[in-house]
Design a protein around this ligand. Structure first.
Ligand SMILES: Nc1ncnc2c1ncn2[C@@H]1O[C@H](COP(=O)(O)OP(=O)(O)OP(=O)(O)O)[C@@H](O)[C@H]1O
Length: 290
């Protein structure tokens, strides 16, 4: 089993990004990593993938076959998707024909649009993300590491990715993924960790971290209504309620200032900001209450 023991990480002489992390990734589990922007999620994933070395601490049980989808796919690639996948397949030990067959199958399953012969750098963000996913799956991974994998994916590919995660876990592999939306993490993870101020703690089922509650109202200005904002897509938003002239948001405290700025710029009035004082029981219907 992949295990981090007392792992810390800093870049150069900067602040500690990860601080004395103990963590296990058991086989047959899908592990969600929660945390606000800049909390260290990508750093943690790069260490789990063996791409970045911890400054201190130990890693054991690193699987041989790791599929890794980084947060930023090097989209400046002049290769086309199928040539790139054949190249990756061959590096992983597949024959040319087998690599081509598997690459085409994956691109079809993820419904790549934009052409298998278009240079990757000319693809849209979502289609480049599909190629990034396909390369991680060219050989069935024992550990699949996905950094914000849903970012930019359309609804069809969103569902396929959920199926791929479930299949990997059913086959006895492990999946580790990040996503800033708690609802997405809840839907696809069997266990979760939260990165907060360098520490990585189990996200306990039955509780949720202290949250901020924000109520916004339409100021009722005569000639101007507030902007329509898809609050589900705003970083740190874990729940949205209300309608029309009044909106209630449940927000990770670290993201609250940025959210208030977006609201005010959009012409909303801030009617109330309230903060939980301690971890509170999950509400009925939230996946974490399993
Ligand atoms: N290569 C690097 N060199 C120096 N600092 C880095 C490097 N990579 C990350 N950092 C810093 O480490 C901290 C954690 O970054 P990281 O990308 O791991 O966070 P994150 O939780 O994945 O953020 P996000 O949700 O925005 O993707 C940040 O302060 C970032 O600036």
């Amino acid at each position: 089993m992949l295990r981090l023991t007392d792992v810390s990480k800093r870049y150069g002489s900067g602040a500690w990004v990860l601080d004395r992390v103990d963590m296990e990734i058991p086989p047959g589990q899908s592990v969600g990593i929660l945390g606000s922007n800049g909390s260290g999620k990508s750093t943690l994933l790069r260490i789990l993938a063996g791409i970045s070395r911890p400054t201190r601490g130990r890693i054991s049980g690193m699987p041989r076959l790791i599929g890794y989808v980084p947060d930023r796919f090097p989209a400046a690639d002049a290769m086309n998707p199928i040539a790139y996948l054949v190249h990756i397949g061959r590096i992983r030990g597949l024959g040319g024909d087998e690599a081509r067959r598997r690459g085409l199958l994956l691109l079809e399953r993820l419904r790549l649009a934009g052409g298998i012969r278009t240079p990757i750098r000319a693809l849209s963000k979502g289609n480049a993300q599909k190629v990034a996913l396909a390369q991680a799956l060219m050989t069935p991974p024992e550990l699949l590491i996905l950094d914000e994998p849903w970012s930019g994916l359309d609804a069809g590919a969103h569902q396929v990715l959920g199926e791929i995660i479930a299949e990997t876990v059913r086959a006895g592999g492990s999946v580790v993924f990040t996503d800033h939306r708690e609802s997405v993490t809840g839907a696809h993870a069997t266990m979760a960790y939260r990165v907060d101020q360098g520490r990585v703690l189990r996200h306990q089922p039955g509780t949720r971290a202290p949250m901020a509650h924000v109520m916004l109202t339409d100021p009722g200005a005569e000639f101007r209504s507030p902007s329509r904002i898809d609050w589900h897509e705003v970083d740190g938003v874990a729940g949205v309620g209300g309608d029309g002239g009044q909106i209630q948001l449940r927000v990770h405290p670290a993201a609250c200032d940025d959210l208030l700025m977006i609201a005010l710029r959009g012409g909303w009035s801030v009617a109330e900001v309230r903060r939980d004082h301690a971890a509170t029981p999950a509400r009925d219907g939230e996946r974490w209450s399993r």
